[in-house]
Design a protein. Structure first.
Length: 274
């Protein structure tokens, strides 16, 4: 009963007499981590993001970790930032490459708040993403080709959301290169929208070169329409999305730590990609 009373008192202390939420008290000596998700109408996406947030909190007890969405889901990023008041925070995008959201949306939302914001780079490319992609492929049935003939007939399509920003394609290609080094077979990036090739086009291109044993690696943070459509195009196996894999939680904290080491006045969004 005492524990419940204490928790209730703590929650009530965040609400002012007029019903407005007060800024969350800062943790001494460290910026808050704000994980910025895109948002989705698919309820599986929100559940996955919450599971990832929980993993991050478990790995770094005492670090204030908050969630904000660019669109479609609550809490929206502006609301999360408003609750932080004028605290210092590091915004870590739950996005896999550079693009409009990283370069424009997130900085603009931060600029409209009172938060003293620093910006982490997007999650990809990075070896921890490759670890996750590999394990998701293994879960789906991936086995290293056992002969040269089998290797010559095997390929992997790295299925990503797609963007009109050329930097996003650069980042996806780098992840494909890293995954190819890990798997020992060709990996090509393909996209669900806004960029070429599409996943079916990439599968056909492999087939034209005699590679009919083609897997699809899901370069999506969570389940959703695009991830499902790309998986349906797989002629062999299709891996699940990255999800709340432990390596993803470590990567979020790695990006946070990178940004924390840079003086606040010099941080700019999306300048680095590795």
């Amino acid at each position: 009963m005492n524990r419940i009373s204490s928790q209730l008192a703590s929650q009530l202390s965040l609400v002012s007499f007029d019903g407005a939420r007060r800024p969350t008290p800062p943790a001494p000596g460290r910026p808050a981590l704000v994980l910025v998700a895109h948002g989705s109408r698919d309820p599986r996406t929100l559940a996955t993001v919450h599971a990832l947030v929980d993993r991050v909190r478990e790995l770094r007890p005492g670090l204030p970790v908050h969630l904000g969405h660019i669109e479609l889901n609550e809490p929206l990023l502006p609301d999360t930032l408003a609750a932080l008041g004028d605290q210092e925070a590091i915004l870590v995008p739950l996005l896999l490459s550079r693009g409009y959201h990283v370069k424009q949306d997130i900085p603009q939302m931060a600029a409209a708040s009172r938060v003293r914001a620093r910006f982490a780079t997007p999650l990809g490319p990075h070896s921890l993403l490759v670890d996750t992609l590999y394990e998701r492929l293994v879960e789906a049935g991936w086995q290293t080709p056992s002969s040269e003939a089998e290797r010559r007939s095997t390929g992997v399509v790295l299925a990503a959301a797609g963007s009109r920003d050329p930097d996003a394609a650069v980042d996806a290609r780098r992840t494909a290169e890293l995954l190819a080094e890990r798997l020992g077979v060709p990996v090509v990036p393909a996209y669900a929208s806004a960029a070429a090739p599409t996943v079916p086009q990439a599968v056909r291109a492999f087939a034209e070169r005699g590679r009919h044993r083609v897997a699809v690696a899901s370069y999506f943070t969570a389940p959703g329409r695009f991830a499902t459509e790309c998986a349906d195009a797989a002629p062999w196996i299709a891996a699940g999305p990255l999800g709340a894999h432990p390596a993803m939680a470590r990567l979020v904290l790695h990006r946070y730590d990178e940004a924390a080491r840079v003086p606040a006045a010099t941080t700019e969004p999306a300048l680095a990609s590795a």
